[in-house]
Write a new protein. Structure first.
Length: 130
């Protein structure tokens, strides 16, 4: 029975449940976006691993108009007691589903001054907003 409860909790986190359309969603670099289902008005927090001191920065390449960004990227160090200058952490973005339809959210981590270099990492998520 506990496995069933855990499974239902995962469905709510993934946005597949229609019983709580206003709940916030949390996505990471290992999240399943095939596609992610959201409801109008629902908020999404995207968290990706980041180390700005390496010179690599996440850049939003594509964001659909029906997915509104709610402020700038926020960087958080992994742990305060092990942090310090040059420590890795996470970059966070917040978005809100504005209207029904399909949306695409695509980011890549690259060194901004080297336009010809390959991206170090990519995040690409297709979102269906209902």
């Amino acid at each position: 029975m506990s496995n069933r409860l855990l499974f239902c909790g995962c469905l709510l986190m993934a946005g597949c449940s229609s019983t709580q359309p206003s709940g916030n969603l949390i996505l990471g670099d290992d999240s399943d976006c095939t596609p992610l289902v959201m409801h109008t008005g629902q908020e999404l927090t995207l968290t990706l691993p980041s180390d700005p001191t390496s010179g690599y920065r996440w850049t939003i390449l594509q964001r659909s108009d029906n997915l509104k960004q709610l402020g700038p990227e926020v960087f958080r160090e992994r742990r305060q007691d092990q942090g310090g200058i040059g420590s890795a952490g996470q970059s966070l973005w917040r978005f809100r589903a504005q209207s029904a339809g399909s949306a695409q959210l695509e980011l890549q981590a690259r060194q901004p001054w080297d336009a010809e270099a390959e991206a170090q990492a990519r995040f690409d998520c297709r979102i269906e907003i209902r």
